[in-house]
Design a protein around this ligand. Structure first.
Ligand SMILES: Cc1cc2nc3c(=O)[nH]c(=O)nc-3n(C[C@H](O)[C@H](O)[C@H](O)COP(=O)(O)O)c2cc1C
Length: 189
């Protein structure tokens, strides 16, 4: 509603499933106000007249079709493109994405001080039991040496969403063309 009041032409509805950092109006309450895309999307679509873009946990044609059926005008894919050669991410990160189950990712402030969803690693697990992370961007600077020199998954900032396991290691153009044609078949069947 704040985006609508500010005159947004398009609104992106980002579910809690999403990989990486997240947009949030209230940074204090961020981790307690996470909503799944299946609940968030129809609520936003019903509340506004501008086009709504669905994002968070969509990584295959079924997800694209479901989001369009729930009222989205478009779908935004993040994690689902990370294993494409164009993304050029480190291979331990790409491999971990390909084998992740939905419960293998966690929202954490441990890398930057801001909430983001990453692969569950030895670092995120240890940080969960340790002191509260410093605010952004201090925590980001504290972890910089570890992140930038990382060669194994336990030191990497391995952002990924809950549908990581659905991602495919294919050129981006092929992947998107196939997602869209299969989604259209699903919607017309
Ligand atoms: C590597 C990576 C970095 C991201 N960084 C940001 C960011 O800085 N700010 C933000 O609002 N969203 C960020 N996102 C979230 C995406 O904009 C998008 O909402 C998300 O990837 C969608 O969910 P999915 O990863 O399940 O497809 C990032 C996502 C990834 C995968």
């Amino acid at each position: 509603m704040a985006a609508k009041a500010a005159g947004a032409d398009v609104i992106i509805a980002q579910g809690l499933e999403a990989g990486g950092h997240r947009g949030s109006f209230n940074t204090e309450d961020m981790s307690r106000s996470l909503v799944g895309l299946f609940a968030l999307l129809p609520a936003v679509v019903d509340a506004v007249k501008v086009p709504v873009v669905a994002t968070g946990g969509v990584a295959d044609a079924r997800g694209v079709a479901a989001a369009l059926l729930l009222g989205a005008s478009a779908v935004q894919i993040g994690t689902g493109l990370l294993r494409t050669p164009e993304a050029k991410i480190a291979s331990p990160w790409a491999d971990a994405i390909g084998t992740s189950l939905p419960e293998d990712t966690v929202p954490t402030r441990a890398f930057s001080g801001r909430l983001g969803r990453s692969i569950r690693t030895a670092y995120t697990e240890a940080a969960d039991k340790g002191p509260i992370p410093a605010p952004y961007p201090i925590q980001r600077n504290i972890t910089k040496a570890m992140r930038t020199s990382a060669t194994d998954i336990d030191r990497m900032q391995a952002w990924a969403g809950q549908s990581a396991g659905l991602t495919r290691a294919e050129p981006a153009a092929e992947l998107i063309t196939d997602l869209w044609s299969t989604a259209k078949e699903l919607l017309n069947s």
